[in-house]
Ligand binder design. Sequence first.
Ligand code: NAP
Length: 311
Amino acid sequence: MAEVLVIGATSMVGSDFVQHGGFACAALGRRDPRALGLAVERFDSVDLEDPLALHRRIVQAPEPAIVNFAAITDVDGVEAERPVDLGAAAGPAWRVNALAPAYLAHGAGEGKRQFVQVSTDFVFDGEAGPYDETASRSPFSPRVSWYGWTKGEGERRTLVILPPSAIVRIAYPFRADFPSKLDFARRLLQRYREGSLPPLYTDQQISPTWIPDVTAAVGAVIRQRFSGLLHVASPDLTTPYEFASALIGESVGHRVDLPQGALGTGAPPAHRAPRPLKGGLRSVRAAGLGLRPTSWQEGIRQLLRISGGRS
Ligand SMILES: NC(=O)c1ccc[n+]([C@@H]2O[C@H](COP(=O)([O-])OP(=O)(O)OC[C@H]3O[C@@H](n4cnc5c(N)ncnc54)[C@H](OP(=O)(O)O)[C@@H]3O)[C@@H](O)[C@H]2O)c1
């Protein structure tokens, strides 16, 4: 029998856990992770938008720990699903990000299993970051993206239904390789090579997460039976402009002049979701689990070392 049931094993973040987490994993989801070359002991097909099927699969699964990496992560795309009235919340992001974690937590609780939900710094509006684990999630407002709100609702429902659950929040995750999807760091490198870099914000505060740290953190959460909120992100803050300058500069071996822009405090342009301006996570509890999140500068060095600059 596998040790961990992974939901979202095909995701950019979850696939690293399946590959390098050190657990025998089973997977539940839409796409078979074996098609991506990921080794899992069992795969069961389910759409997270189908609560009955999801519940059935979860109560039948024998694994003692369940980790949910799955989400609809197209932050700008799902903004179109934002309802005027919260009572009318519907749509795929609502069902996958807010409701599915609740069904998973419920099923995990019925079987007395451990449940870990992966979440995001976008639950905060970016008025007063960086945020540690004691900070309250921001209220619903035009400054919180619909993606961030649905993820926050997934967190809240999880903790109401199964209080011993763990919520692992991460921010701007990046890794050295994952052909199925570019993270923000590898997208910056690609756009630089194509000559299509957009203006990069000099005023947005972020704390990028090196994805292998998420794998280590989720592993520690499971082994040490941690419950509650845990932040995993670079201890140093940066901006998209500073991060891109360091990444691309190290990649090409000389200083580069990149286009600058500002996120500002006004409403986002049409078809763009709001993003936290003064965002970022402070990982205060990580040390208690024996974790030391990687700085964004070290993450860049590791990315370029592992990928040989090919990312
Ligand atoms: N990417 C970021 O910048 C970021 C930042 C902070 C936090 N996070 C969080 O980290 C986690 C992983 O993010 P990621 O970027 O690695 O995700 P991703 O690569 O976009 O993958 C999304 C995953 O969710 C699954 N999924 C989506 N809808 C589904 C449905 N209806 N039924 C079954 N599975 C479904 C996908 O399955 P298929 O392969 O079948 O489509 C895939 O495994 C998420 O919880 C996300 O909120 C991400």
